[in-house]
Design a protein around this ligand. Structure first.
Ligand code: SF4
Ligand code: SF4
Length: 448
């Protein structure tokens, strides 16, 4: 796509006629709704840090508008501005005009990457490594050997949780049979972080489903949901990965597809909708897939309501909650993990003042802007640790980021996914010490 346009800008509608990609057109329609009220700035963690209008959601919208109207030339500086965004979508929730920033930020990154070019290393990583699970796995296994401590590895100036010693596919069979009477068959989409870095979490999620009577199919041929690609403006790679997943999961004889990773769940329900718009070749395949995607937590709620054999054992924990952004601002399901763990006797939730603040991860944001990412994480951790010594999250990306920063600060803070708490109360024994990767010592494989 070129930005050369011949747009006729009016006060309220600058989108008149233009050879735009469908995503750029969708972004332009969203921009057109913006009244420049600035309410989105109040909730933006990036703006809160820099106080630069250009880095605020409103500033970015005005920049994209100027680029599309050809009042500015695309330049490296514009790329930098759009990269300075966590894709947390707090701005979308705050916008009274209903601007869907989920349709703007990704399209802006694509438009600018097409105009200015993509960094070679990032492009190779997204186009060559990400689509091949074996290469992703190889990269993680190299990371496992990086220097550091039992809990963290140190790589190119970054401190990251040490990946667990086993991949999920070595711990969990492709088909895990249920315990007791068969209630149904479900597909599990663990996502790359759970598959490679936090396999115990995927194992616990599958064991929970099996204990509730479900046969759990975790296809070996799955690929990344595509979020790292399309979130970095590489919609071509993102779409190819999404198509592979649609083909694979649509041919499974399962009643639903579940992911304990809120980013993958958000991708399936939001970004895939953008990748496969009405009228496109893959739309019907997407609709078939979309009809079967359910929120992992909501599915657990319904399954728990119907079961009589399992009993929640008391857990004497006081915990606070980090609302993972893609569960909260994208899917609006932040209350689901709270409702689930409130079933556990003895467990108390102590709310904190920043529960809906982003953890500072933002995927590539934390790599490109480590200082800013760290500052946001530390603001978050300050609020969390004042409320409780245990934190519940809904996404492995948040576990990754907050555990890294907590380890760097030497904080005595236990960070867990809500599925781990449910597993511990329903199926586990007394809690064992966890490593930063969260793997319980002796996390054993289960038989098919
Ligand atoms: S809150 Fe919405 S309408 Fe107001 S400036 Fe932000 S994007 Fe525009
Ligand atoms: S998605 Fe988050 S970081 Fe990005 S502009 Fe919106 S509020 Fe700011």
């Amino acid at each position: 796509m070129t930005l050369k346009a011949g747009w006729a800008a009016t006060q309220y509608s600058f989108l008149v006629e233009k050879e735009l990609s469908p995503h750029a057109r969708a972004a332009a329609l969203e921009i057109d709704k913006c009244t420049s009220c600035g309410l989105c700035k109040v909730v933006c963690p990036v703006f809160d840090l820099s106080h630069r209008e250009a880095e605020s959601p409103r500033g970015k919208i005005n920049l994209l508008r100027a680029l599309l109207e050809e009042k500015l030339d695309p330049a490296e500086g514009s790329v930098d501005v759009f990269n300075r965004c966590l894709l947390c979508y707090a701005c979308q929730d705050a916008c009274p005009a209903g601007v869907l920033t989920e349709r703007v930020w990704i399209a802006a990154r694509e438009i600018l990457a097409d105009e200015v070019g993509r960094p070679f290393a990032k492009s190779m990583l997204l186009r060559r490594v990400l689509p091949q699970p074996r290469l992703v796995s190889l990269a993680v296994s190299l990371g496992r050997r990086a220097p550091g401590s039992d809990q963290v590895v140190r790589l190119r100036g970054m401190t990251l949780p040490r990946p667990a010693s086993n991949r999920l596919d070595r711990l969990l069979p492709e088909v895990l049979e249920p315990e007791g009477r068969l209630a149904g068959t479900v597909a599990l989409f663990p996502g790359c972080l759970i598959s490679e870095v936090f396999p115990h979490l995927g194992l616990r999620a599958a064991q929970l489903l099996a204990a509730l009577g479900y046969r759990v199919v975790t296809p070996r041929d799955r690929v990344c949901c595509g979020a790292p690609a399309f979130n970095n403006g590489d919609l071509g790679t993102g779409r190819r990965l999404a198509e592979k997943n649609l083909e694979l999961f649509n041919q499974l004889d399962v009643e639903c597809v579940l992911s304990p990773d809120a980013t993958c769940g958000g991708a399936f329900t939001h970004e895939y909708d953008m990748l496969f718009p009405a009228g496109s070749q893959w739309r019907s395949a997407y609709q078939l897939f979309r009809d079967r995607v359910l929120d992992f937590g909501e599915f657990l709620e319904k399954a728990l309501d119907g079961q009589v054999d399992l009993r929640f054992q008391p857990l004497p924990y006081r915990l606070t909650v980090h609302d993972s952004c893609h569960l909260n601002h994208l899917q609006h399901k932040a209350q689901v993990p709270r409702r689930l763990v409130q079933r556990i006797p003895g467990l108390q939730i102590s709310e904190n003042s920043e529960s809906d603040l982003c953890c500072g991860f933002g995927g590539s944001y934390s790599v490109m802007f480590p200082n800013e990412s760290r500052a946001i994480s530390r603001r978050k951790l300050d609020a969390l640790r004042q409320a409780a010594g245990m934190v519940m999250v809904g996404s492995p990306g948040c576990l990754w980021k907050l555990r890294s920063e907590a380890a760097l600060l030497g904080l005595d803070l236990r960070l867990v996914h809500y599925a781990e708490l449910l597993w511990e109360s329903l199926l586990g024994g007394p809690p064992a010490a966890t490593s930063a990767g969260g793997e319980k010592p002796g996390a054993e494989a289960v038989s098919p």
